[in-house]
Write a protein that binds this ligand. Structure first.
Ligand code: BG6
Length: 495
């Protein structure tokens, strides 16, 4: 048996930086269940060898030995696959390559990876389907056909629905793999294992014990590699919050699934996303902050970046105080924050627990002061990978003085490096496991909430506030924590 992985958009950055190294790593460690061939497709004519030489530059020195074995399985074809003639030629090539490897085309599974501009998703799928290249009965395990769709999956609810509809007119839902690379991160997957394979945390995981949940995805990157043009049409809400942050939120907030079956897990995630309360106009002004970086310690401002219009109102930072209106979470603020050109790169989730009902040591808290919140659970997603549980202990000595302490776990202590996200996701796509891909209704539920935020700021004309490049973000975001709830976390490196 053979698996052919056909990458449309082969000359793009993603293919060279993430997809090929990921496929190589899985091949080199023997993780594919069948032999594989990779066929890159892009418009510019190029020989197999020329493409292999380009890709080789991106392979890390310690993977070069594996590359020597993998490179002969990598091929390149030029063409525009919106054109049926070209699609037919591609199919003939795929069949020939399979036969060259001693496998009849009827024994080949094919994964089509759309690393393309979103405008091309539908035309390419329609063309492939029109030539019968995507036809596979439900549950087909040998000559299966699947399509991986890169983000962004639409730009709002209406376009995501239209895209779902277009894809489903050619494919079964089980053939469509909508990617969100955050789900390929070990530490994101571990949220579910940590919650549902341990009995001690789950009883605390609700509004009775959790006072707030923070999800921060902070980036120090700005508009490197000429990204300004794309980014300006997206902004932090569409680029990060609608997908990566809401996926983390779903993993943190979902109910236990009835099994580990892909749809059991995804159904629970959908329910959480559907329970997100859209923000009212009053809440938009109070609970949502949009920011844009201006010149600061980390360099120039967003409006001076290449490809960004001088009067752009696009947000490079967004923070929101969200509510999940279900029995477990209603009234527990989910504080979401993401931004570019911040003072560090770190992604973490912090569950802050209520303060003890009575402070036996110190008595009632004087007016105007806050009781200490000693207990927090921090899930470090990246670049630090680990878990921290904080609490108070008695300072040794005659008096009763308390001091903060922590239980901590680091992935590094396990001795095995965590696999890059794309490696894991490609492997799952080849093996037909959709658990870590976004189901169509999940994408729509996430867009419904994101759209409510965007519509809210359009209606209320909420301003975009500024923050210096390299700072901790706009101070206005601090007010999303109310009263004594706390403040935004910092990375471990910053503490
Ligand atoms: C991408 C966004 O989806 O995720 C980028 O389009 C962002 O803007 C990137 O920089 C962050 O990914 P990671 O894995 O580096 O946190």
């Amino acid at each position: 048996m053979l698996t052919q992985i056909i990458i449309f958009g082969a000359s793009g950055d993603l293919t060279a930086r993430k997809l090929i190294p990921g496929l190589l790593a899985s091949h080199a460690t023997g993780q594919f269940k069948t032999a594989v061939q990779v066929i890159g497709v892009a418009r510019r004519p190029k020989s197999d060898d020329a493409w292999r030489a380009e890709l080789a530059e991106w392979i890390e020195p310690d993977a070069q030995a594996g590359w020597a074995d993998f490179a002969p399985r990598v091929f390149y074809r030029s063409g525009d696959v919106r054109d049926p003639v070209c699609a037919r030629a591609l199919e003939a090539t795929l069949d020939t390559l399979a036969r060259d490897a001693g496998v009849e085309p009827g024994q080949v599974g094919r994964l089509f990876y759309l690393a393309l501009k979103p405008a091309l998703f539908t035309p390419v799928v329609a063309c492939l389907a029109g030539e019968g290249m995507l036809a596979a009965p439900l549950g087909e395990t040998t000559a299966w056909r699947r399509v991986v769709v890169e983000k962004p999956f639409g730009t709002d609810l209406a376009s995501a629905k239209a895209l779902n509809q277009a894809l489903r007119s050619h494919l079964h839902e089980e053939q469509i793999l909508r990617i969100d690379h955050y789900l390929g991160k070990e530490t994101v997957q571990n949220i579910l294992s940590f919650r549902f394979q341990n009995a001690i945390f789950e009883p605390l995981w609700n509004s009775k014990h959790v006072e707030s949940v923070e999800i921060s995805v902070c980036e120090s990157l700005g508009m490197e590699a000429g990204r300004g043009g794309y980014y300006d049409g997206a902004g932090a809400l569409r680029d990060m919050l609608q997908n990566h942050l809401l996926q983390i939120l779903a993993m943190v907030a979902m109910e236990a699934p009835s099994s580990m079956a892909p749809d059991a897990i995804r159904a629970e995630k959908v329910k959480v996303l559907q329970a997100l309360t859209p923000l009212s106009p009053a809440a938009i002004e109070r609970d949502l902050v949009r920011g844009q970086y201006v010149e600061g310690p980390a360099g120039r401002g967003y409006l001076d970046e290449d490809g960004v219009p001088a009067d752009s109102q696009t947000e490079t930072f967004v923070a929101v105080r969200a509510n999940i209106a279900n029995w477990r979470w209603n009234q527990v603020p989910f504080l979401l924050r993401t931004g570019k050109r911040l003072d560090g790169r770190y992604t973490q989730v912090v569950l802050r627990f209520h303060t003890p009902p009575v402070d036996l040591l110190n008595g009632p808290v004087p007016d105007g002061l806050c009781a200490l919140r000693p207990n927090a659970l921090t899930l470090l997603i990246q670049p630090e990978e680990g878990i921290r549980l904080s609490f108070l202990v008695k300072q040794p000595g005659p008096g009763m003085v308390m001091r903060p302490a922590e239980l901590s776990f680091d992935y590094a202590s396990l001795g095995a490096a965590t696999a890059p996200a794309y490696q894991r996701l490609l492997l799952d796509a080849v093996h037909g496991n959709p658990t870590l891909f976004i189901r169509g209704d999940e994408a729509e539920a996430a867009w419904r909430f994101a759209d409510s935020l965007r519509q809210g700021w359009l209606d209320t004309q909420a301003p975009v506030v500024s923050y210096p490049a390299g700072s901790g973000g706009p101070p206005e975001a601090d007010a999303l924590f109310r009263g004594c709830e706390g403040i935004w976390s910092r990375s471990e490196a910053q503490q």
